[in-house]
Write a protein that binds this ligand. Structure first.
Ligand code: TRP
Length: 362
């Protein structure tokens, strides 16, 4: 059995640095490592609709934004299949069968669903589709026989739920029908949960605390210069705190030793820089300028590649169409196995008619 990746994003906006360190960067590395037999990257529009049912236009407009961000980051359509979830109808059928294997109370315990319900003020009226999206996500993953799901920490409960569904399904309908996936988390704590530029828990469009991959150099500069630091670090001489200091959290996520030689040769490591900041005598602006230089080095090629693809939008839609067709074929193969295992493959089972005839002929 080969190693297969499936992962994806909801098309509710352009992708930001949180997406990048949480999963996107890893996907590109894995794609280029050659260690995986197949890679599927899904634009999860159907999942996005579970809490945006009244705003389909938002989802429609963001399909291309997410696709452009993927291509800009180096997802290569000749190596990875990029597709749109809603164009693979087989996923719905799988979810329909998996629903029988999950209890309402199990879904209610899903920590990600719990927080999302709170965030959306859904407490009193949760759309059923939203409530059951972990089941649909299990279909996304298993339809492609994914072994590996590179994703952020917030997706851990989803993968756990998918693993339970696989075990339950295989237990009832036959071992080895479905593959149990594993999550691949970022390897660094800062990347696991990159805070917003205001220091709040997570980058989110509604909080206006994001740095988007497609932001201009000037937009990035402004965001970095207004970033939340240590509120008690008032004068340069004051000792500063690095924990909970967003600029340092971002440095933990993005800074590499060679950045010092290139942009700030006064220091040779992040530890040394942190030590100076904690001692006092190092101003926020200097540290922010360093971070800005590092982010610009990262974002400039991404921005340029995006500009190139933006010149040929029909080509991007063509990639999505071809990817969706290819994805559909793979999902249909898994669905055929699932139907066989569940004994609902009536017209493909030559034995069935003979067996039923014998039964009635006594
Ligand atoms: N839930 C993911 C998110 O909010 C998107 C997603 C849908 C996904 N299906 C998936 C991620 C399957 C990994 C695997 O970003």
């Amino acid at each position: 059995m080969g190693k297969i990746i499936l992962t994806g994003d909801r098309p509710t906006g352009r992708l930001h640095l949180g997406h990048f360190v949480g999963s996107l960067r890893r996907r590109v590395e894995l794609q280029n490592s050659g260690l995986f037999d197949k890679i599927f990257i899904m634009i999860a529009d159907a999942q996005a609709l579970t809490d945006n049912a009244d705003n389909p236009e938002k989802i429609r407009q963001n399909i291309i934004e997410v696709a452009l961000d993927y291509l800009a980051c180096g997802i290569d359509p000749s190596k990875s299949t990029i597709f749109i979830q809603s164009q693979v109808a087989e996923l719905c059928e799988l979810a329909f069968y998996y629903m029988n294997l999950v209890t309402v109370s199990r879904l209610q315990r899903n920590p990600t669903v719990k927080t999302e319900i709170q965030m959306r003020n859904f407490e009193t009226s949760i759309p059923v589709g939203f409530f059951t999206y972990p089941i649909s996500q299990a279909s996304d993953i298993t339809a492609f026989r994914a072994t590996t799901v590179p994703a952020g920490e917030d997706q851990q409960p989803m993968i756990e739920q998918a693993r339970e569904i696989v075990r339950r399904f295989n237990g009832i309908y036959g071992e080895n029908t479905l593959i149990e996936p594993e999550i691949l988390l970022p390897d660094n704590a800062a990347c696991m949960r990159l805070p917003g530029t205001d220091g709040k828990a997570k980058m989110s469009k509604s909080l206006g605390n994001c740095i988007y991959l497609s932001d201009s150099s000037e937009e990035v500069r402004k965001r970095v210069m207004s970033m939340y630091t240590d509120p008690d670090h008032i004068r340069v001489e004051d000792p500063g705190k690095v924990e909970g200091n967003t600029v340092f959290t971002y440095l933990d996520a993005f800074c590499r030793p060679e950045h010092f030689a290139k942009y700030w040769p006064d220091y040779c490591s992040l530890d040394e820089l942190k030590a100076h900041y904690m001692r006092g005598g190092l101003g926020d602006v200097k540290v922010k300028k360093f971070l800005y230089a590092i982010l610009e080095e990262l974002l400039t090629p991404i921005r340029e590649r995006r500009k190139e693809w933006e010149k040929d939008i029909p080509a991007v839609f063509d990639i999505l169409k071809k990817g969706s067709d290819a994805a559909r074929e793979v999902a249909a193969g898994t669905l055929a196995d699932v139907r066989r295992a569940m004994r609902i493959d009536y017209f493909d089972d030559a034995e069935l008619i003979a067996e039923q005839s014998r039964k009635f002929q006594g």
